[in-house]
Design a binder for this molecule. Structure first.
Ligand SMILES: Cc1cc2nc3c(=O)[nH]c(=O)nc-3n(C[C@H](O)[C@H](O)[C@H](O)COP(=O)(O)O)c2cc1C
Length: 365
């Protein structure tokens, strides 16, 4: 962390977390944050799911729910930005306070509950950005809490954002919308996948472009659920998995007044669990499906470990809260050093290096 962010973080951390986040978005919008230097390392470039990424590190969903700053995020140096989750109708989410920092663990608990401005507003912003973007922008689609059919909400999301999204993430793993995670159960997931992939096919035929669809899963799945998800993923034309969302587990947390708040836990304590799940799923879906590894990445070492455990791409959110806008540069420098040290031509060559070791570990209780 640079001395400047160290100061800024003190000021931000004096604020309530949601207000601090709002301020960060405003700062990004105003352009006061540094841009990543232009000397990009072409060995970090990744091509997966038919998309080209200047580097494998993206900002995870939730940071820019309403697509206010995707290009600013990309200009900080991130290889891609995922906006959302966005639901058809605007939603206020749960009552505040609903985000909590756990500084001793470099973690966050949130129970936002899909607060967002809804399809129409977010679509307008992405239309205004147009096609001339510094990197891929993914749209993470969700369902309204009171939707008549949650599955239909996801399908409408794909249809609505098809012209402006580079890829889609179908988020069925937020712990903060009651019953949402039930969509991960086999029968429900089959119906969901059919609906969203059908929506993709129809929009694809209309536009002549096939855009990738990824499924974002929870880190709290039992072994049988993992096997079911992998099986369905393999049997449908799904392009990839995002592993993982926040966890309901509180195991191993240091004492903190907020440790028992309800919601999803993210950051360092999620790293091990989400990386084991990633490796197990990589083994189950085989080498060709795209996997985005998310959860507890806050350094070059943790980003690299996700890749070694089977990820093609990596995302982070909580690391940004604790390490600030300079983190991406630190990670990219570290990844370049790793590529150099290993004597490989590209970062993708390091994928799966420690797959077996990660997959052999038991998920923590
Ligand atoms: C405040 C907050 C809001 C989030 N909102 C969303 C969301 O709307 N949709 C989603 O798919 N994931 C959401 N996430 C989960 C992140 O995308 C990510 O999967 C998770 O935080 C683990 O990564 P991390 O440890 O790097 O934060 C949110 C996370 C946080 C901390």
């Amino acid at each position: 962390m640079g001395p400047l962010y160290s100061l800024a973080r003190q000021a931000l951390f004096a604020l309530e977390p949601e207000a601090a986040h709002r301020l960060s978005v405003v700062a990004l919008k105003s352009g006061v944050l540094p841009r990543c230097p232009a000397d990009l390392d072409s060995r970090l470039a990744v091509t997966v799911a038919g998309l080209s990424f200047a580097n494998p590190i993206g900002i995870a969903a939730g940071f820019d729910k309403n697509a206010e700053v995707p290009t600013e995020i990309l200009r900080l140096g991130y290889g891609f930005a995922e906006i959302g989750s966005v639901t058809p109708q605007p939603q206020t989410g749960n009552p505040k306070q609903r985000i909590f920092r756990l500084p001793a663990d470099q973690a966050v608990i949130n129970r936002l509950g899909f607060n967002n401005e809804g399809h129409a507003r977010v679509l307008g912003r992405l239309q205004a950005i147009g096609g001339n973007r510094p990197g891929p922008i993914g749209v993470n689609v969700g369902a309204n809490k009171d939707a008549e059919s949650r599955i239909a909400d996801y399908a409408v999301g794909i249809e609505t954002f098809y012209p402006v999204a580079d890829y889609f993430t179908v988020n069925i793993s937020s712990p903060n919308t009651p019953g949402l995670r039930d969509l991960q159960a086999k029968g429900n997931l089959q119906a969901l996948l059919e609906a969203v992939l059908n929506a993709r096919q129809m929009a694809g035929e209309k536009s002549g472009v096939q855009k990738p669809v990824f499924l974002k899963v929870a880190p709290d799945l039992a072994p049988q659920d993992l096997a079911d998800i992998a099986d369905l993923a393999n049997r449908h034309p799904l392009d990839g998995l995002v592993v993982s969302n926040t966890t309901l587990s509180r195991s191993g947390l240091r004492p903190d007044p907020h440790a028992d708040e309800a919601g999803g836990l993210s950051g360092r304590p999620l790293f091990k669990r989400s990386t084991i799940m990633l490796a197990k799923l990589r083994q189950m879906v085989g080498p060709d499906m795209t996997i985005i590894g998310v959860g507890g990445v806050d350094s070059a070492e943790t980003a690299l470990e996700k890749i070694c455990a089977g990820a093609d791409l990596v995302q982070l959110y909580t690391g940004f809260v604790y390490r600030g806008p300079g983190l991406i540069r630190t990670i990219l420098t570290g990844l370049s050093a790793a590529v150099e040290e290993e004597g490989v031509a590209s970062i993708a060559a390091l994928r799966d290096r420690r797959l077996q070791a990660w997959a052999d570990r038991d998920l923590p209780l």
